[in-house]
Design a protein around this ligand. Structure first.
Ligand code: ATP
Ligand code: MG
Ligand code: MG
Ligand code: MG
Length: 562
């Protein structure tokens, strides 16, 4: 591909709403653009990466005996009603009607769709086992779409579903997929762990999540270095808060109450005659240089410990009095979430609070009957109570290690949950009709792209693992006006293409520094810099990952890159 004609809109600055490196870099390097909350345009470089990820997945899935299908994204409601999930899946599912007033959903996952296909075609044990997969769009109206492709509302998933005549065979396939997934992520150059996990919305008997280790991961995992045990810990952040329906109806109007100079919870509680449980506590922290407010109930010392544990790996400290006043515009001790301009991270214990007391942001006043959602926004609900690292390993009692991770894949043994509900049966060898035993296996294709960046970047940009890089090599002529330079560069470009390399050439009429910056930002593993010595038949190779550079004869380039 020629950069002179390519659509690669790179940017110097990151967008303001991008919080984590992968989100920032994929936008800056011209891989994606935001369309609306949780919706992204994927630009040519992004498509190239996704196709490579899909290629690895297809190769390994096909090798493992699975077959590719394409099912509609539009799911008829009847199937979801049959499985019993139409009403229980929740607000994540996007529902709509067609012109005949029939109900549909945009598929968030496809157990019903695939079970419907298979029940119509498979009648005998002789037709089993079967593993069918698709790679396509999924839609989930996430409560908090964020981190770019990481948690989008429309994304690409590889979802596979297997059907079996027996429990044993379903289990065999489960471990076949476990091995296949391990190969897929290893091939992509990712550092990951497979952990025992919860089965969530999908349901079923047992499951494993494949977690790419990264400090910015929304998931947490613990593992034991001694015996290899690994498990994902509760991910409270992703749970939709269980808020009583009647909560909003019970909202009272906010009341400003004059208080003498009382600050400590016990004093406020005694003065207002309100239980300390109904007083919101706000702590201001500086996390990685940014101020945030923590809304939490309970003992201050314990809270500080929980917060510390939660932000393990980040630079964290309590804000000073001066900083509190500066960042919040409110006096310390009377901090109120109402009108607060910094993010508010609320502990799950706050979810159920109704009509509580909070400082008024003015000395000597408190606000009564404050309610989140009406009076202030919670940026994030998190579980500050979760402290799992260093607990003993359940298998061998050695201390567990806790890390953050990104869930890129999830495999489930479903059993007969869907086949029973949807009457997907077959006639077994013994002549008896039985429900098929199922498994399902997902990989977040677009999420993998973000996760790969989260694990591979430096201050200059992305460093793609070769297997999923948009290009393997980029040829950079430092001056396209100098004939021997551009000619040598074009020759190398042709030669690499002829030898089957995925190669780009930055043939733009631009300053070398500008081209080098872009090449580093985009993260192509090998750069071939064609400069002054082109006339002597010598060019330079730069390895993006190590920064290593060395000179090489033009006729040795293909051999060296290979
Ligand atoms: P999460 O816990 O992150 O919400 P999930 O457990 O709901 O994910 P699954 O139902 O297991 O997701 O779907 C299979 C895979 O699809 C996940 O492992 C993940 O890689 C991907 N995925 C799920 N939700 C999203 C999303 N909103 N954006 C991008 N990828 C997603
Ligand atoms: Mg989810
Ligand atoms: Mg999950
Ligand atoms: Mg999952």
């Amino acid at each position: 591909m020629r950069f002179s004609r390519a659509f690669i809109p790179t940017m110097k600055e990151s967008p303001a709403d991008a919080e984590i490196p992968s989100h920032k870099l994929l936008i800056r390097a011209g891989f994606i653009r935001k369309k609306a909350s949780g919706l992204y345009d994927i630009l040519p470089l992004g498509v190239k990466v996704l196709l490579k990820i899909e290629k690895v997945i297809r190769e390994e899935m096909n090798k493992a005996g699975a077959q590719e299908v394409i099912l509609p994204i539009m799911h008829p409601a009847e199937l979801w009603i049959e499985s019993g999930r139409w009403d229980v899946y929740g607000k994540e599912m996007i529902k709509f009607k067609d012109r005949h007033d029939r109900d549909y959903a945009l598929g968030p996952t496809a157990e019903e769709m695939i079970t419907d296909l298979v029940r119509k075609e498979v009648k005998s044990y002789k037709d089993l086992p079967l593993n069918l997969y698709q790679i396509g769009r999924k839609f989930r109206d996430e409560i908090r779409p964020r981190f770019g492709l990481m948690r989008a509302r429309e994304f690409i998933m590889k979802d596979a579903y297997s059907f079996h005549a027996s429990n044993e065979d379903a289990e065999r396939e489960y471990w076949n997929m476990y091995e296949t997934y391990s190969r897929i992520f290893r091939k992509m150059g990712l550092v990951f762990k497979a952990v025992e996990a919860d089965t969530g919305e999908i349901g079923g008997k047992f499951s494993h999540e494949f977690m790419v280790i990264a400090d910015t991961g929304e998931g947490k995992l613990v593992y034991c270095e001694k015996c290899g045990y690994a498990a994902s810990t509760e991910k409270a952040e992703q749970k939709e808060p269980k808020v009583p329906e009647s909560r909003k109806e019970n909202f009272k109007s906010v009341e400003k109450v004059h208080t003498p100079d009382v600050k400590r919870i016990e004093e406020v509680s005694a003065f207002l005659g309100i239980s300390p449980e109904n007083i919101l506590k706000l702590l201001v922290y500086i996390v990685d240089e940014k101020p945030i407010a923590i809304a939490i109930r309970g003992d201050r010392e314990v809270n500080e410990l929980k917060v510390k544990n939660f932000f393990k790996g980040s630079k964290l400290r309590l804000a000073t009095d001066e900083e509190i006043e500066k960042f919040t515009g409110q006096p310390k001790g009377f901090l109120s979430p109402v009108g607060l301009k910094i993010p508010v991270y609320a502990d799950y214990s706050v979810v159920s609070m109704v009509n509580f007391v909070a400082g008024a942001g003015e000395k000597d006043y408190h606000l009564k009957n404050v309610n989140w959602e009406r009076d202030f926004e919670v940026t994030e609900f998190v579980d500050f109570a979760e402290v799992k690292g260093e607990d003993p390993c359940p298998k061998c009692a050695a201390p567990l290690i806790e890390k953050r991770g990104i869930e890129v894949g999830h495999i489930f043994k479903l059993g007969t949950k869907y086949s029973q509900a949807m009457n997907a049966t077959f006639v077994d060898e013994d002549g008896k009709e039985k429900p098929m035993v199922m498994g399902c296996y997902g990989i977040g294709v677009t999420r993998v792209m973000a996760a790969a960046v989260e694990q591979n970047y430096d201050e200059n940009g992305i460093i793609w693992p070769v297997e999923i890089a948009p290009f393997e090599v980029i040829v950079i002529p430092v001056n396209v006006k100098k004939e021997e330079i551009i000619e040598t560069a074009e020759n190398i470009y042709d030669e690499l293409q002829k030898n089957g390399f995925d190669v780009a050439i930055d043939d733009r009429n631009a300053r070398p520094g500008f081209k080098f910056k872009d090449a580093d930002l985009i993260g192509i593993p090998y750069q071939i810099i064609v400069g002054k010595k082109a006339g002597e038949g010598v060019v330079e190779i730069k390895v993006r990952k190590t920064g290593e550079r060395f000179e090489i004869a033009v006729n040795k380039v293909v051999e060296k890159i290979g």
